[in-house]
Design a protein around this ligand. Structure first.
Ligand code: NAI
Length: 328
């Protein structure tokens, strides 16, 4: 089976090669999958994509024409693939459902700690031997209420971590996780109540038609002044413009994001000599109480190794005609 890996990043290639052990003929390219780059898949049986690649209707139709039969996602989220069209075209799609919920939840916790305790500003001062502590006050996490929106695999680990800090946990999800209720006394509430009660809100939902712009001005209105919002899920779960307004009028105390609504075309590239013309991002980036990382929550050795292992297993199931348990 010949496999074309789109959006291949230098750091992940060794993990995929190690796991492949020469089983598949893999070609790595840096290009993201788009309607223009789809033709690079001519002659390949399978393609392997990540969150910045787009498998829309038109792209899938092209891939079908070029003979592509399988799409192996190197991600858990699959909002970038039109699954209905893929099914219609008989292109099989599989993801990596759980490569390391710890990596993401720990990153979400890192964003929270760095923002609350103003670590970036503190370190910036110390680098210049300025040991002044003015305006560096944070708050104890102990006894604060953390609202976990989406209590699936990653949200559950976030609950465990925040429970360790002595926080009170409330959650919102369409499905309740009894273990979280039992182990960490997490209480399920409506999203409205969660917004009203939480000192910190952390998002761990997939992006779909129901979660698109789930957090908008109406929800922000209900929130406590000074609330900290953390988003490691998908950018468009937040209405970023509404979030920016609320940061400007100081309703939101701080924002930590690893994902950004318009991250396609921007994230995963070095644009330091070609700063993106994206006003929203420029404004957010200029704020001291906003901490942005470039979709790197998944970047741990364990996660990369698990991604590679499951990706190769997905390809192996298809090539040997076995049932692929990760098929979407
Ligand atoms: P999961 O499927 O285990 O959990 C998602 C939870 O969201 C489930 O409990 C589900 O019931 C709930 N949910 C779905 N739709 C909902 C709705 N409309 N309202 C309320 N709850 C809803 O997924 P997991 O592994 O926890 O990942 C969550 C998301 O995190 C992924 O979909 C992905 O977009 C994002 N992610 C981000 C990464 C990063 O590097 N920043 C890496 C991995 C995942």
């Amino acid at each position: 089976m010949k496999v074309l890996v789109y959006s291949a990043k230098e750091f992940e290639i060794p993990f995929l090669e190690k796991e492949n052990k020469g089983k598949f003929k893999i070609t790595f390219i840096e290009d993201a999958l788009t309607s223009e780059t789809a033709m690079k898949a001519v002659g390949f049986d399978a393609i392997c994509i990540f969150s910045g690649d787009t498998a829309s209707n038109i792209v899938l139709e092209k891939l079908k024409d070029f003979g592509v039969k399988y799409i192996a996602l190197r991600s858990a989220g699959y909002d970038n693939v039109n699954l209905l069209t893929a099914k219609k075209l008989n292109i099989k799609v599989a993801n990596v459902p759980a490569y390391s919920p710890y990596a993401i939840a720990e990153h979400a916790a890192s964003l929270l700690l760095a923002l609350n305790r103003k670590l970036i500003e503190s370190n910036r001062r110390v680098k210049r031997y300025n040991f002044n502590l003015n305006n560096l006050i944070g708050f104890d996490l102990n006894n604060k209420t953390v609202g976990i929106v989406g209590t699936g695999k990653i949200g559950a680990i976030m609950a465990k971590i925040m429970n360790g800090f002595g926080c009170n946990l409330i959650g919102y999800d369409i499905e309740e996780n009894k273990e979280l209720k039992r182990n960490y006394k997490l209480k399920y509430v409506s999203l409205q109540n969660l917004c009203e009660q939480a000192d910190i809100i952390t998002l761990h939902l997939p992006l779909n038609k129901d979660t698109f712009h789930l957090i908008d001005e109406e929800k922000i209105e209900a929130m406590k002044p000074g609330v900290i919002i953390i988003n490691t899920a998908r950018g468009a779960v937040l209405n970023t413009e509404h979030i920016l307004n609320a940061l400007e009028n100081k309703k939101i105390g701080a924002l930590g994001i690893d994902v950004y609504e318009n991250e396609k075309e921007i994230f995963f590239k070095d644009l330091s000599n070609n700063i993106p013309n994206d006003n929203l991002l420029l404004k957010l980036n200029a704020m001291p109480n906003v901490l942005i990382t470039g979709h790197h929550a998944y970047l741990t050795a364990e996660a990369l190794s698990n991604i590679a292992e499951t990706t190769i297993n997905n390809l192996e199931s298809w090539s040997s005609g076995k049932v692929n348990i990760n098929e979407l």
